[in-house]
Design a protein around this ligand. Structure first.
Ligand SMILES: Cc1cc2nc3c(=O)[nH]c(=O)nc-3n(C[C@H](O)[C@H](O)[C@H](O)COP(=O)(O)OP(=O)(O)OC[C@H]3O[C@@H](n4cnc5c(N)ncnc54)[C@H](O)[C@@H]3O)c2cc1C
Length: 483
């Protein structure tokens, strides 16, 4: 059944997809955007919301001189993963347009805090969205609706339709059944990554990644599969960010996440962050850290151990413990340490977790703000009771720790999970975001942006994935408008 004819059909309603849709609609194109989940957002809505960009108005008002060239050069300060290719043309596009992208987002009512420094960048250029990453989705979706973009959620792309040698539409499943949406100018894949795509992980990254869960369980790499079915190829398919050990988000109310992502709230927060003394803001900032906190591996360097649901030590904590956590009962573990180790994580530079550019969390912050995952006891026996594990097993594990645990209290942090955060394998694309075949020729009518269209560009620093998602989306929408 034919379900509409549009100039552009965007597949995926995260940051890059909404950016494509809005830019194309702004240029007068008829646009449909389909999203398989019941809500827009994708990984973009789960993210911290850092965007790295150089030459921004916020940098200028903070007196920071920066340029696209300096940003381009700073990419080379990051180590290059083994076997990776890099696409310097796409890096150039990103750094040249990232500031405009940030200003464009700000023009839609999205506010940012910063810029913050982030090593090894030579200048502070990380901008963090306020009050949370839902704001970008909220504002972009509102703007899309205002420009008449036909947004359809709970609608999954299942196949690409080729006619006369070009991609002419998408077969979709929705509550109305299977239908066909036609695209006169192009279909754009903005379907995110394949961190939860077991088959793609197994094939491109290796078996051991296929056994790990993803933080976003719906990032199944659908766009990669759709494009490969018509001859596209994936670059840097083996690059996986993770598995990373993270604490789950606390159950129940998180007031920061509940803040409406409106212009007023963002401005009020920005004002508070600019004018209130940092000490007065610390409780706010630390509560911000109720995201999926990542504990530093320095805890293990100091002698902390990992135990499972039974209190047994199950891994070499300084090896690759993140691969072993999913194999334990209920797929999680606990970090255990004594008072001597704990004392080293009470003040700078001994933080346990950080949200880049926002804040650091120490042991006392966990005690105060994360009671759901924090346990403290005067003896090993009492800690075992609090964890619900056999005292004998926990004592044995502690006796085998790399350092002697002689000083009470005893601590446990957890449950601690292990997730793949993201994958960096993207479809090969041209600098006009056309999806390319193995021979390098474009597949007529098929485009990709965001993580699906990462095109072999390495994004090694914080804030570069979102920077790429919004920038590539915007530029891709502009290219479609030129056709
Ligand atoms: C916890 C976490 C924090 C992060 N924080 C940051 C950060 O602060 N800064 C940064 O730069 N990066 C961050 N990242 C990475 C960043 O969020 C992503 O790279 C970025 O959001 C990807 O945007 P995207 O538009 O490509 O994909 P997504 O935002 O994932 O959007 C893809 C959309 O496509 C939809 N979709 C998929 N398949 C189909 C289909 N068949 N049919 C219809 N729809 C489909 C999905 O449901 C999804 O909504 C973070 C990642 C994680 C996991």
């Amino acid at each position: 059944m034919n379900d509409g004819v549009f100039d552009v059909v965007v597949v995926g309603g995260g940051g890059s997809g909404l950016a494509v849709a809005l830019t194309a609609a702004d240029a007068g194109l008829r646009v449909a955007l389909i999203e398989k989940n019941p809500k827009l957002g994708g990984t973009t809505a789960l993210s911290i919301g850092s965007i790295t960009a150089a030459g921004t108005a916020l940098q200028r008002s903070a007196g920071i001189a920066d340029s696209a060239d300096a940003h381009f050069a700073d990419f080379d300060l990051f180590p290059v993963p083994a076997g990776a290719v890099d696409n310097l043309l796409l890096r150039r596009l990103y750094v040249d347009h990232a500031a405009d992208t940030l200003h464009w987002l700000m023009s839609l009512g999205i506010a940012f805090h910063g810029p913050s420094p982030e090593a090894p960048h030579t200048r502070p250029r990380m901008h963090n969205v306020l009050p949370h990453s839902g704001a970008t989705i909220h504002c972009l979706a509102n703007a899309c609706r205002a420009r008449g973009v036909d947004i359809r959620v709970a609608t999954t792309a299942r196949g690409l339709v080729e006619e006369a040698g070009r991609v002419a539409g998408v077969e979709v499943d929705s509550p109305r059944g299977r239908t066909l949406i036609r695209a006169r100018k192009g279909v754009v894949l903005t379907t995110g990554d394949y961190s939860a795509g077991t088959g793609l992980l197994r094939e491109l990254a290796g078996e051991r990644y296929a056994a790990i869960g993803a933080l976003n369980t719906t990032s199944t790499g659908d766009g990669h599969g759709l494009a490969r079915s018509v001859g596209a190829r994936v670059l840097n398919g083996h690059l996986v960010e993770g598995p990373q050990m993270r604490f789950a988000v606390p159950r129940g109310f998180n007031w920061v996440k509940q803040l409406p992502p409106t212009r007023f709230v963002a401005r009020a927060l920005r004002f508070a962050m600019a004018h209130l003394p940092r000490a007065a803001l610390l409780p706010v900032i630390r509560m911000y850290l109720t995201a999926h906190l990542q504990p530093t591996t320095k805890l293990f360097d100091a002698g902390a151990i990992l135990v499972n649901r039974r209190g047994e030590r199950f891994t070499d904590e300084r090896g690759s413990p993140a691969f072993d956590i999913p194999k334990q009962d209920e797929g999680h573990g606990y970090i255990v340490f004594d008072g001597a180790i704990g004392a080293r994580f009470e003040r700078w530079p001994g933080f346990i977790s950080t949200a880049p550019g926002i804040a650091y969390a120490y042991l006392s912050d966990y005690r105060r703000y994360r009671r759901d995952i924090f346990r403290e006891a005067a003896s090993v026996a009492a800690l075992a009771r609090r964890l619900g594990v056999a005292e004998e097993a926990l004592s044995r594990s502690i006796a085998a720790a790399p350092v002697a645990y002689a000083r009470p209290p005893y601590y446990a942090l957890g449950p601690l999970y292990s997730w793949i955060m993201t994958t960096d394998g993207g479809l090969a694309v041209s600098s006009r975001f056309e999806v390319l075949r193995s021979d390098g020729d474009p597949i007529p009518g098929l485009y990709a942006a965001g993580q699906a269209g990462q095109g072999g560009v390495l994004l090694p620093g914080h804030g570069q994935h979102l920077g790429w998602a919004f920038t590539s989306g915007r530029l891709c929408g502009r290219e479609l408008a030129r056709l």
